[in-house]
Design a binder for this molecule. Structure first.
Ligand code: NAD
Ligand code: UDP
Length: 357
């Protein structure tokens, strides 16, 4: 298969977040110029601080619910901006919906104006609480349109519909990545998703809190594998209009994950059970045959190995800042520290080569 060529400048929204920061590194390493856009709602500038001074990297502090005016044309748009953890999207429900509706529209308009390729970060959440297993791309999902996770699931379903309509109506080269649970360094320790939460609690000697019985399942992909999958989906030719699952096809119960993290952190912390959130999907595992066939991609990093790297990263991060946080409040920290929608910076400022501040 061929690959994208030309001046190679990418607009990456959500660049200060977990996945966006790793994608920034990858695209710079592959010779691209990166225009990084973020409103810092859940992302952190320190995720990109190491890029300070790189002339090919530009940070634009902007909320994509507002139209974007870029300093120049781009060849590629990667739309990754969106709250992604359940506590964050519940806290920022309206913002999650508007980011996936208006933010997707505005970034599609940029792609249209520039004749750029467009990649949407969608999610396994579009399958809802699935009654088909594993989930293939043709499965339409089982989502409650007014349920407690609907702001995220329906927001992403709308974003997919808008992206696909732009492909059909405007002839845009649109690709959709349905990303399943991905983990690794740089996810906020107070993000609320299961892996950082379990690791940080174990490292701080706090009980690991499993929601419900822990028999619900997820499949966890290491960030390096996911970035490789996104890179292939983005750069290979002949994929316009494709929707592709990216994730690890091995399923684990949350209780098994808790035991594994306790073992790998060498801690004796108890595993306690707390009530399970409403609408929490029971099983989730991707059918990745399309990614294997179309991208020649499948994840390589086994869960234990990825967890070891991730644990070491959190251990270093915690010891660097004194490890003072009280892990018992982690799922609530997003709630406590979250920025109200009205307080989200709506201004636009461009800092060439500056990520940290
Ligand atoms: P994250 O919260 O770390 O990153 C999201 C980034 O988007 C943050 O930097 C945030 O500040 C920014 N953002 C949010 N709203 C914005 C707006 N209106 N304008 C500009 N920036 C905005 O989450 P992540 O895990 O890196 O997820 C990135 C993307 O990948 C999201 O779209 C998410 O839905 C998708 N995804 C991630 C996973 C995963 O397991 N990590 C799984 C499925 C889908
Ligand atoms: N979970 C848990 N304890 C936590 C956080 C999450 O047991 O502290 C469970 C959660 O109920 C879900 C699974 O772990 O069943 C994955 O949750 P996460 O928020 O990481 O992602 P989701 O796949 O639900 O979006």
């Amino acid at each position: 298969m061929g690959s994208i060529s030309g001046s190679r400048r990418v607009l990456l929204t959500g660049a200060c977040g977990f996945l966006g920061s790793h994608l920034s590194d990858r695209f710079l390493a592959d010779g691209w110029e990166v225009l990084a856009v973020d409103n810092l709602l859940t992302g952190r500038q320190e995720n990109l601080a190491h890029l300070r001074g790189d002339a090919r990297f530009q940070f634009i502090h902007h909320d994509v619910t507002l139209p974007l005016a870029l300093p120049g044309p781009v060849d590629l748009v990667l739309h990754f901006a969106s709250p992604a953890s359940p506590p964050a999207y519940r806290r920022h429900a309206i913002h999650t919906l508007t980011t996936n509706a208006l933010g997707t529209l505005h970034t599609l308009e940029v792609a249209r104006a520039c004749g750029a390729r467009y990649v949407l970060a969608s999610t396994s959440e579009v399958y809802g609480d699935p009654d088909v297993h594993p989930q293939g791309e043709h499965y339409a999902g089982r989502v409650d349109p007014v349920g407690p996770r609907s702001m995220y699931a329906e927001g992403k379903r709308y974003a997919e519909a808008l992206a696909m309509a732009s492909h059909r109506a405007w002839g845009l080269d649109v690709r959709i990545a349905r990303i399943f649970n991905t983990y690794g360094p740089r996810m906020r320790r107070d993000d609320g998703r299961v892996i950082p939460t379990f690791i940080v609690r174990a490292l701080q000697g706090q009980a690991i809190l499993v929601h419900g019985s822990g028999h619900q399942t997820r499949s966890f992909c290491y960030v390096g594998d996911l970035v490789e999958g996104i890179t292939r989906l983005t750069t290979l030719d002949g994929l316009a209009g494709d929707v592709i699952n990216l994730g690890h096809p091995q399923e684990h119960s949350i209780l098994d994950l808790a035991g594994m993290i306790r073992r790998l952190t060498c801690t004796e912390v108890p595993i306690a059970h707390v009530p399970r959130p409403a609408d929490d999907p029971h099983r989730r595992c991707p059918d990745i045959s399309a990614a294997q066939a179309r991208l020649d991609w499948s994840p390589r990093v086994p869960l234990q190995e990825g967890l070891r790297h991730t644990i070491e990263w959190y251990r270093a991060a915690l010891s660097a800042d004194g490890a003072a946080a009280d892990a018992s409040g982690l799922p609530q920290l997003v709630e406590a520290q979250g920025v109200e929608l009205d307080a989200v910076p709506h201004g636009r400022q461009v800092d060439k080569g500056v990520a940290g501040a």
